[in-house]
Design a protein around this ligand. Structure first.
Ligand code: UFG
Length: 329
């Protein structure tokens, strides 16, 4: 298939692009490079430095490239930043998706896979989280993605020749096995890379945000899913998409790890000391979030292969050791 990958220079987009190429698909990369890295996209892949809100430019790429599927990753993903500047998120994420959908409508592109998030569930009413668990986001980031899901659903309802999928990611982690692609965020706030940066001496310490949660060891529990598994799921979902499909799936491993368990796992993988301190809770962190990923396994046979958290930590550690300055841009 001919696939347009938006946000192709970002962490998840770049891994998905590689999985698509590996599965024999043809790809076109799009990124405005506001947060992505040109070096994350192979030099032999057609690349457009375009903002998804430029509807005419996206439409032209879809038409000229005879694109058969859009994988729409381009978005901002910092919860804290979304609270500080909500309109930035509604503009970049929600208006960005609206623009992509308008271009898809005009170019009659038949498929779209949308990058959504467990943040759309907010503080869930049941655990594990199913696709039918009510979505009540507690921050503008989650809401910007939920509004995009709704637009997609309503657009698809009147477009019988269009098929789409919404993939709700849990805590994405790890890097390409060969350490050629990785996580390079500025600022970095995610737990595993933050700990690894402390181990590398790039930050003084790691602060545990709250040890008084109602969990067995008092720290928050999350479902950590390896980015390569996530990328494979995208390929599988896309290949299954038929006209009229509306496939919504949670992508997680179905099991949680606490912050303390992650710290212990890093200590086993990394032979360097690092300083850990206890801090207060971070606003908006629910105690436990983990997926029921059985729907995608039942319908498409996908399940996460990396279920040992050490695999993900090792791959991220290799990336950091090989690329101390990230992509270096
Ligand atoms: N944490 C710390 N110290 C840190 C960083 C994180 O204790 O320095 C804790 C957090 O409090 C949380 C856990 O580690 O309990 C994971 O935090 P992350 O910031 O790595 O990830 P989040 O769970 O906050 O959010 C991530 C993505 C969201 C997505 C969500 C889905 O960033 O986009 O997973 O579960 F919605």
């Amino acid at each position: 298939m001919q696939v347009l990958v938006t946000g192709a220079a970002g962490y998840i987009g770049s891994h998905a692009l590689r999985a698509l190429v590996g599965a024999g698909h043809r790809v076109i990369a799009l990124d405005n490079l506001s947060r992505g890295h040109r070096g994350a996209v192979p030099a032999d892949v057609p690349f457009h430095q375009v903002d998804v809100r430029d509807t005419d430019a996206v439409e032209t790429i879809l038409r000229e490239g005879r694109v058969e599927c859009v994988m729409h990753f381009a978005a901002f993903t910092y919860v804290g930043e979304s609270v500080e500047d909500p309109l930035l998120y509604y503009d970049n994420n929600t208006r960005g998706t609206l623009s992509v959908l308008r271009a898809v409508e005009r170019a009659k592109t038949p498929r779209l896979v949308f990058s959504s998030t467990a943040a759309t569930y907010g503080e869930p009413t049941e655990m594990p989280i199913r696709e039918t668990t009510p979505q009540t986001p507690i921050n503008p980031y989650g809401m910007s993605k939920l509004l995009s899901e709704h637009m997609l659903r309503d657009f698809a309802a009147k477009s019988p020749h269009f098929g789409y999928s919404v993939l709700r990611y849990f805590n994405v982690c790890g890097c390409a096995a060969d350490a050629s692609l990785g996580e390079d965020h500025e600022p970095e706030t995610h737990l595993i890379p933050v700990i690894l940066q402390a181990a590398l001496g790039k930050r003084e310490k790691i602060t545990v945000f709250g040890e008084d949660y109602p969990t067995p060891d008092g720290t928050c529990i999350r479902d950590y899913v390896h980015v390569e598994d996530l990328a494979d799921a995208h390929v599988k979902v896309m290949e299954a998409l038929a006209p009229g499909d509306a496939r919504v799936y949670n992508l997680g491993i179905g099991r949680g790890h606490s912050v303390k368990e992650i710290l212990d796992a890093v200590r086993r993988v990394v032979d360097r000391p690092f300083k850990v301190e206890s801090g207060p809770r971070r606003a908006g962190d629910p105690p436990a979030l983990y997926a029921d990923p059985s729907k995608i396994e039942r319908e498409l046979g996908w399940r996460a292969r990396h279920t040992d958290i050490a695999d993900a930590i090792e791959s991220a550690w290799r990336w950091f050791l090989a690329h101390p300055a990230g992509y270096g841009d």
